[in-house]
Design a protein around this ligand. Structure first.
Ligand SMILES: NC(=O)c1ccc[n+]([C@@H]2O[C@H](COP(=O)([O-])OP(=O)(O)OC[C@H]3O[C@@H](n4cnc5c(N)ncnc54)[C@H](O)[C@@H]3O)[C@@H](O)[C@H]2O)c1
Length: 411
C-alpha cells in the first residue's frame, strides 16, 4: 500500500482548478507537476499548489514532457472532450494510472485505444464520473440491490442544464463547448446519467448495451440567446439540436432513454427514472411507488410517495459514513467521493470501480448517436468493448466505493 500518491495534473480550466484545490486538501496526495496549453493557466495551477503546500510544482505546456517524469504515479486529466482519450491512453502507455474527466468520445477508435492501452500495459484508467457517487444515485443503487424495484425494465436520465451563456461565451473563455455545439449534433454529454444507470443495470457485468437510436430536434435556443445577449454570434449556424433523445436497448431486454438538453431555458436536473416489475422512482417531482409499501386504492391504483423519504431510509452506507464524517467537495460531495475512489485504488493497487470498459462504453455513446442522427435515426450497434468478458466477469475488487455491489460490512 502506497502512503502517498504523486499526481501530475493536466487541464487547468474552471474544472481543473476546482479539482486541483480539492485534491490538495488530501494529505496523502502530492502534485509535483501541472500542465495546460495556456501560460496563465499553468501559472494559476502552480500558484494553487504552492499556496496549499510548501513546494512549487513544475509547469508544462506539453503533456508528453510531464508523462516522461518517473516520479509520478498517476495523472488527473481535466482537459477538453477531444483530448481526454488520447492523453489518457498516452498516460497508461507511460505507466501512469489515469483518471479523466467526463465527456463523450469523438470516434469509436478512441475508445478502443483506451482498451488496448490497458490490456497491453496492465495500467488502468478511470473516468471521473462523479454522478455515480451522487446521494440519490447511490440510494437508488442500494434499493435496486435490495430488490425494491423487482426486475428492472426501463431507466432514463438527462443532462438538463441551461448552458446557453457558457456555450455562447466559449470563444472569449477559450472553452471547447462552443465549437462542439457549432459542429456536432448528438448526445454530447451522456455519462452523468448513463454512468449511474449502467451501474444499476449491471452493464459490462452480466449485461451490456446492444444498440441505440438517436434523434435531435431543430436548433433554435442558442441562436435566440445570441440574438439577445451575444449579437456577435447571431449568425453562427449551430449544428447541435436543442434536445437530443437516445434510446438504448440492453442485452437483457431493458431500455434506457437519455436526453441532452442544454440550449433552452430550464432548471438543472438529471431527471433520473428507474422502473421495474415492482415499482418506479422519478427524480423530477420527488416521486416513488413501491408495490407492497406505497398506499393503494382509487382509480390511480397507487399513491405517489416522496422519493426523498426513501433516500433517507435506504441511504447508501458510503453516504451515511460521508455525512457523519462531514460532506466536503463540490457538486454536493460527489466530486470528493469519486476522487477518493481513484486515489484509494492507486494506493491499494486495485482496479478502480469505474474501469476502462465502463469508460469506453459510456464515452462511445456520443459518437454513436452522431452516426445514428446523421443516418436518419438508424439503429447503430454499440461495440462490446469487453470482447465477451461481460458474460462472466469476476466481481470488482471489494471496497467502500464499489459500484457493482453494496458492501455494508466495510462500514
Ligand atoms: N464532472 C463534472 O461535474 C464536471 C464539471 C465541469 C466540467 N467537467 C469536465 O471537465 C473537463 C474540463 O472542463 P472545463 O470546463 O474546465 O473546460 P476548460 O475548457 O475551461 O478547460 C480545459 C483546459 O484543458 C486545457 N487543455 C486542452 N488540451 C490540452 C492539452 N493537450 N494539454 C494540456 N492542457 C490542455 C485547456 O487549455 C483548458 O485550460 C471537461 O471534460 C468537462 O466536461 C466535468
Amino acid at each position: 500500500m502506497k502512503e502517498k500518491v504523486r499526481i501530475g495534473f493536466l487541464g487547468l480550466g474552471g474544472r481543473g482548478q476546482g479539482l486541483l484545490k480539492l485534491i490538495l486538501n488530501m494529505a496523502d496526495v502530492e502534485v509535483p507537476a501541472v500542465c495546460d496549453l495556456y501560460d496563465d493557466r499553468i501559472k494559476a495551477g502552480i500558484n494553487i499548489v504552492s499556496e496549499a503546500r510548501d513546494y512549487t510544482p513544475t509547469g508544462y505546456s506539453d503533456y508528453r514532457q510531464l508523462l516522461k517524469r518517473e516520479d509520478i504515479d498517476a495523472v488527473i486529466i481535466a482537459t477538453s472532450w477531444q483530448t481526454h482519450g488520447r492523453i489518457t491512453a498516452a498516460a497508461m502507455r507511460a505507466g501512469k494510472y489515469a483518471a479523466f474527466e467526463v465527456g463523450g468520445a469523438s470516434s469509436v477508435e478512441e475508445c478502443w485505444e483506451l482498451v488496448r492501452a490497458y490490456e497491453e500495459t496492465g495500467i488502468w484508467c478511470m473516468m471521473l464520473e462523479n454522478c455515480c457517487y451522487g446521494e440519490l444515485e447511490l440510494a437508488l443503487l442500494n434499493m435496486i440491490k435490495q430488490g425494491l424495484f423487482g426486475e428492472l425494465i426501463h431507466c432514463q436520465g438527462a443532462y438538463g442544464h441551461d448552458l446557453r451563456g457558457e456555450i455562447t461565451g466559449g470563444i472569449e473563455n477559450r472553452h471547447y463547448r462552443f465549437r462542439n455545439f457549432q459542429h456536432r449534433n448528438g448526445e454530447l454529454y451522456p455519462t452523468h446519467e448513463l454512468g449511474p444507470i449502467c451501474n444499476m443495470l449491471n452493464i459490462n457485468r452480466g449485461n451490456r448495451l446492444l444498440t441505440l437510436t438517436a434523434m435531435s430536434t431543430k436548433s433554435r435556443g442558442l441562436h435566440e440567446y445570441a440574438l439577445k445577449n451575444k449579437p456577435e454570434y447571431a449568425n453562427v449556424d449551430w449544428a447541435q439540436g436543442d434536445v437530443t433523445t437516445t434510446m438504448i436497448k440492453c442485452a437483457h431486454g431493458e431500455t434506457i432513454l437519455l436526453k441532452h438538453d442544454c440550449s433552452l431555458p430550464r432548471s438543472y436536473s438529471r431527471e433520473i427514472w428507474v422502473q421495474g416489475t415492482n415499482g418506479i422512482a422519478v427524480e423530477l417531482g420527488d416521486k416513488i411507488v413501491i408495490q407492497g409499501r406505497s398506499p393503494e386504492g382509487g382509480w390511480m391504483e397507487f399513491e405517489w410517495e416522496a422519493l426523498s423519504k426513501y433516500i433517507e431510509e435506504f441511504r447508501h452506507p458510503l453516504w451515511t459514513w460521508f455525512r457523519e464524517a462531514g460532506v466536503k467537495g463540490g457538486h454536493g460531495g460527489m466530486d470528493y467521493l469519486v476522487q477518493r475512489a481513484f486515489i484509494e485504488s492507486v494506493k491499494e493497487g486495485k482496479l478502480p470501480p469505474i474501469d476502462v470498459y465502463d469508460s469506453a462504453t459510456w464515452m462511445s455513446i456520443t459518437c454513436l448517436t452522431e452516426q445514428s442522427i446523421y443516418m436518419g435515426s438508424m439503429p447503430v450497434a454499440v461495440p462490446d468493448f469487453t470482447n465477451g468478458m461481460w458474460i462472466d466477469r469476476r466481481p470488482d475488487p471489494k471496497c467502500r466505493y464499489s459500484l457493482d455491489a453494496v458492501h455494508n460490512d466495510l462500514f
